[in-house]
Design a protein around this ligand. Structure first.
Ligand code: SF4
Length: 332
């Protein structure tokens, strides 16, 4: 993992104000008209730099995964821009998007989603080489697959096997191999270790870090797991109800979490960091529905420090320390 300076360095991925609203219909579907909108991602911006890991953390339902999929253009955005190497990928035609897809890859929580159960692993791994016309010759493609299998700690003989013959950890290595084979610049990792045992989790995380060093990869790492995000990330964005409420370099965020939501999230995890040694902050209630989000600060219904202004005015992001931003009326 290479810690990047965020100044004087062009981002490889520049996400600007993306929104993703899902229409909600009644029992008649679209015939009965749209009844409302689920605001899954609501004005999210962040940058990922070359060789950097940007972590997105938050509870389930905070919009992290939808942010990742929208940033990849896998689902159509409601608004916003995503610049990859200075081009807004939402403006690209299908043809123009194809070479970008090769460089922007995704690894999912369930590696089965990128491995066809009826196709031998070798053929699945070769597929991106065919789609992107990277290697025309079958023997060259097979050699490339052997090389990638080796990089992810698998053997050449695994080329001929089917996905069901592998353990969860091995399948995640294969999911990673599939993402790596087309030489990507950035990989969006969506809860890549959440389904694995703890010992296997650390092996996969170590592998991700080795591959990052070797290939100068950038990662957008999405997880609900505080320990994992702290271990792997250079910078972290904390998400709550479709918004990033705090963003900071990892060390700064764990030393001085500023947003009451971040403080509560960290206080639930035992650890040696100052924030985690504080008294546990138990939040009231459940995360509200994104169909009917609170007015003002999204967190005011659960925040122990909420004031009148929090119920009516959306707090703006402020830089409180170098590259450490928070959106909370307490800091105005
Ligand atoms: Fe709490 Fe108000 Fe800050 Fe929101 S803006 S986190 S409600 S203090």
């Amino acid at each position: 993992m290479t810690l990047q300076s965020t100044s004087g360095n062009e981002p490889i991925l520049d996400v600007q104000g993306i929104k993703k609203y899902f229409p909600v219909t009644g029992p008649l579907g679209r015939l009965g008209g749209i009844k409302g909108q689920v605001k899954a991602v609501n004005d999210v911006s962040f940058k990922v730099f070359k060789g950097e890991t940007y972590g997105l953390v938050g509870e389930s339902g905070s919009g992290k995964s939808t942010t990742g999929r929208t940033a990849m253009n896998l689902i159509k955005p409601t608004a916003g821009k995503v610049f990859y190497k200075n081009k807004n990928i939402f403006d690209l035609s299908k043809k123009e998007l194809r070479p970008v897809r090769k460089e922007l890859q995704m690894v999912f929580q369930d590696p089965f989603s990128s491995l066809n159960p009826r196709i031998r692993v070798g053929d699945t791994l070769e597929e991106p080489l065919v789609i992107h016309s990277l290697l025309a010759n079958k023997n060259e493609r097979r050699e490339r697959v052997f090389e990638i299998l080796d990089k992810v700690g698998m053997q050449a003989e695994h080329y001929y096997r089917f996905p069901h013959e592998f353990s969860g950890g091995q399948r995640q290595r294969l999911g990673l191999a599939r993402a790596l084979i087309s030489n990507p610049e950035i990989i969006i990792c969506d809860e890549p270790v959440s389904a694995l045992d703890v010992s296997i989790q650390s092996q996969v995380i170590n592998l991700l870090q080795q591959l990052q060093d070797e290939f100068q990869l950038s990662y957008l790492f999405i997880t609900h797991d505080i320990s994992v995000v702290r271990h792997i990330s250079d910078r972290i964005g904390v998400m709550y109800l479709g918004k990033i409420v705090e963003e900071a370099p990892t060390e700064s965020l764990f030393e001085t979490p500023l947003h009451p939501y971040t403080q509560a999230l960290f206080s639930a995890v035992p650890g040696k960091h100052r924030a985690q040694k504080r008294e546990r902050i138990v939040l009231k209630g459940e995360i509200p529905s994104p169909l009917n989000p609170p007015t003002g600060c999204m967190f005011h219904t659960r925040c122990p420090f909420a004031k009148d202004i929090c119920r009516t005015e959306i707090p703006q992001k402020r830089e409180m320390a170098p590259n450490h931003y928070v959106a909370c009326h307490l800091y105005e």
